[in-house]
Design a protein around this ligand. Structure first.
Ligand SMILES: Nc1nc2c(c(=O)[nH]1)N[C@H]1C(S)=C(S)[C@@H](COP(=O)(O)O)O[C@H]1N2
Ligand SMILES: [Mo]
Length: 341
């Protein structure tokens, strides 16, 4: 059974920003920014590694139309239009157009502005997520099982290690709910996530630059924290392929690369998983990767960030502004802050 839920305060529908408005709100800002900004070309390990690029001119927005049975089924589970225009700090939401046309998804390309186009026809249904390892009740979840978890709106800042950020109104459900259903055993200490490796439909895989599949991990207590969600949508719409459809992780107090897309496998394990980024560049990308303005990436400062759609830079917040909810997870003296980058 699908339950619609809107977290936070209900506001009159007259005050809800129509999609046409939030799609265009920042258009003039972007136009102005582009006239002065040089578009830098990134290097090989760029996305989580090199110079920043500026967002490009608006690419045509690609909103799912919900024509097939599967699409309308997903649509049905969505909690509806966003309930607010800012996050809890008063920062405005990024537009749907910004969020879905500036993406890191290396399985398609390292060019953020081409992911949307290359991922357009990526097949996201049918889909299964196999959950196993150190659990009492291993289970393979179909999309309908995942959508049966109560879908909530969660407005989070997303901070990429490349020092750009966005505010995104996700739709999803706490990862803890899925984990509780499979019952981790007392031996389980970490959660390991794996992205689909679809050679036919992901052109970036054949370029062989990385040790695919994309793998990420969390310590079990991090995974059980209420902020960690599995996302199925954004702006009240089902996720588009470039955002990690049909299901991706979102851990807002960590650098964006931890928020793994298009998940097909989740395993409870007893040793720290080696992520794709740890294997590709161990000196640059640690396991914990908590947002920390005081720990610089080896090649650039993390003290400030560029909010997509804004001029100038913002101060980066400790734990991306979520210290009250997550700082206690890192009191353990074994937590190695040098792994924060
Ligand atoms: N499978 C997979 N997941 C991924 C990535 C990727 O290349 N492949 N990129 C990561 C990085 S570096 C970031 S910043 C975020 C970007 O999410 P977004 O494109 O939805 O903003 O996705 C993360 N998840
Ligand atoms: Mo990133």
């Amino acid at each position: 059974m699908l339950i619609k839920k809107r977290t936070g305060i209900e506001i009159p529908s007259s005050e809800i920003t129509p999609k046409s408005v939030y799609l265009s709100r920042r258009q003039f800002m972007r136009g102005a920014a582009l006239s002065t900004a040089a578009v830098a070309a990134g290097g090989l390990l760029a996305a989580c590694g090199a110079s920043e690029t500026e967002p490009t001119e608006a690419v045509s927005t690609n909103i799912a139309t919900g024509s097939s049975a599967e699409e309308s089924f997903i649509q049905e589970a969505m909690p509806g239009p966003v309930s607010t225009t800012t996050d809890e700090l008063g920062d405005p939401l990024n537009s749907f157009e910004e969020i879905t046309n500036y993406n890191n998804y290396y399985e398609f390309t390292t060019d953020k502005e081409r992911v949307a186009t290359l991922a357009k026809d990526f097949p996201t249904a049918p889909w299964q997520v196999e959950v196993g390892g150190l659990v009492n009740k291993p289970k393979t979840f179909g999309l309908e099982d995942l959508l049966a978890f109560e879908q909530e709106e969660r407005i989070y800042r997303l901070r990429c290690v490349e020092a750009w950020s966005m505010v995104i109104p996700w739709v999803g459900f706490p990862l803890s709910k899925l984990l509780n259903e499979v019952e981790p055993t007392s031996a389980a200490k970490y959660v390991r996530f794996e992205t689909i490796e679809d050679r036919e439909n992901m052109p970036g895989l054949s370029r062989g630059l990385f040790p695919w599949p994309y793998v990420e991990g969390l310590r079990l207590d991090e995974a059980m924290n209420d902020l960690a969600i599995l996302s199925t949508g954004l702006y009240g719409e089902p996720l588009l392929p470039q955002s990690g459809a049909p299901i991706r992780l979102v851990v807002p107090w960590k650098y964006g690369f931890k928020s793994i897309k298009s998940i097909v496998k989740i395993d409870l394990v007893d040793t720290m998983p080696q992520s794709l980024w740890m294997r590709a560049a161990p000196n640059e990308y640690g396991f914990f990767a908590t947002v920390n303005p005081n720990v610089d990436h080896p090649r650039w400062s993390q003290a400030t960030e560029r909010r997509i759609g804004e001029f100038g830079r913002r101060e980066t917040l400790m734990f991306n502004g979520y210290a009250d909810q997550v700082a206690h997870l890192y009191d353990d003296p074994n937590y190695d802050t040098t792994q924060s980058s």
